[in-house]
Ligand binder design. Structure first.
Ligand SMILES: [Zn+2]
Length: 293
């Protein structure tokens, strides 16, 4: 199984805000972790010689702009790995952001995305903050984003002695991207790859084979890279890409073995466990793909 480095093995930097835990993972690469909501999301501050890039702006419960400005003096370019609420919450604090060039997604992000209504993200047990919080999870709404600059596969963010290349990675969502630092062999994976349940059905059953294709491509091209993930724990060996690609093939060929009911949701989600990660589908998706039973 691919080696995983957990936050529990690392020491955080001093933080400007009690909501965030920044961890310096490599020179110029800092994970900005949000450990007090069960999403356990992280954004990444990636520094070159001239500029810094912030990949995602978190849930919006803390001020990520002040937190990253305490860590770097360089001008910051904001990029979103995709437009889910837990990655865009503090976009509004920045002058602009970047998202894959899909007009429907860009319009939705700029119009203001609601924090999903009354699901498990809003339950009191979703929050682990030790003490009173300054926001009401029940009524929380993500603020409309700053203006969005569209980007495409192959776009390069040149930070000065560090270049980050955009890879379109449809699967988790249609607007998902990864950023590749080819010189340092680092791959910032967003929500397409992380060591936890991988939600493959969110944008419909037709996305599941597309997610599988994305994983095949990533396994072919980036297995030598170090993966920097956006949920739960940060550093994963690139061989995990092949493990996930093979897991998708096993699920799609009906050879994945027993699935379990998803313990996190009350719906009809089913989970295929594979060690440090799992693949989550719905019964409806299985029926649509002809895999039920
Ligand atoms: Zn997501």
């Amino acid at each position: 199984m691919s080696k995983l480095t957990r936050f529990s093995q690392l020491t955080p930097l001093p933080a400007e805000s009690s909501w965030f835990r920044p961890y310096r993972l490599f020179p110029g690469v800092t994970a900005i972790f949000e450990p007090f909501h069960f999403q356990e999301v992280m954004s990444y501050l990636i520094e070159g010689e001239d500029r810094a890039l912030l990949l995602d702006s978190g849930m919006g419960f803390g001020n990520i702009k002040a937190t990253v400005e305490a860590l770097t003096d360089k001008p910051i370019t904001l990029v979103n790995s995709h437009s889910h609420f837990d990655h865009v919450g503090d976009n509004w604090r920045f002058p602009e952001t970047h998202l894959l060039d899909l007009p429907e997604y860009i319009q939705r992000l700029e119009a203001g995305q609601c924090f999903q209504a009354d699901n498990e993200n809003r339950k009191p047990e979703a929050l682990w903050y030790p003490g009173p919080v300054w926001f009401d999870l029940k009524t929380w709404v993500t603020k409309p984003s700053c203006p969005v600059v569209p980007i495409r596969e192959g776009h390069v963010f040149d930070l000065g002695r560090r270049r980050l290349r955009v890879i379109a990675t449809p699967g988790h969502t249609r607007d998902s991207i990864m950023l590749s630092d080819d010189e340092n062999k680092l791959l910032f994976t967003g929500d397409t790859v992380y060591p936890a349940p991988l939600y493959a059905y969110i944008e419909g059953p037709e996305m599941i084979p597309i997610y599988a294709q994305t994983m095949e491509r990533l396994a072919r091209e980036y297995s030598e890279y170090t993966l920097l993930c956006s949920h739960n724990d940060p550093i994963w060996e690139g061989a995990a890409l092949g493990e996930i690609a093979r897991a998708f093939q096993a699920v799609l060929s009906g050879k994945a073995g027993a699935a379990e009911a998803d313990p996190k949701t009350s719906g009809d989600n089913i989970v295929y466990p594979f060690g440090d990660f799992s693949i989550v589908l719905t019964r409806q998706a299985l029926t649509t793909l002809g895999l039920e039973g």
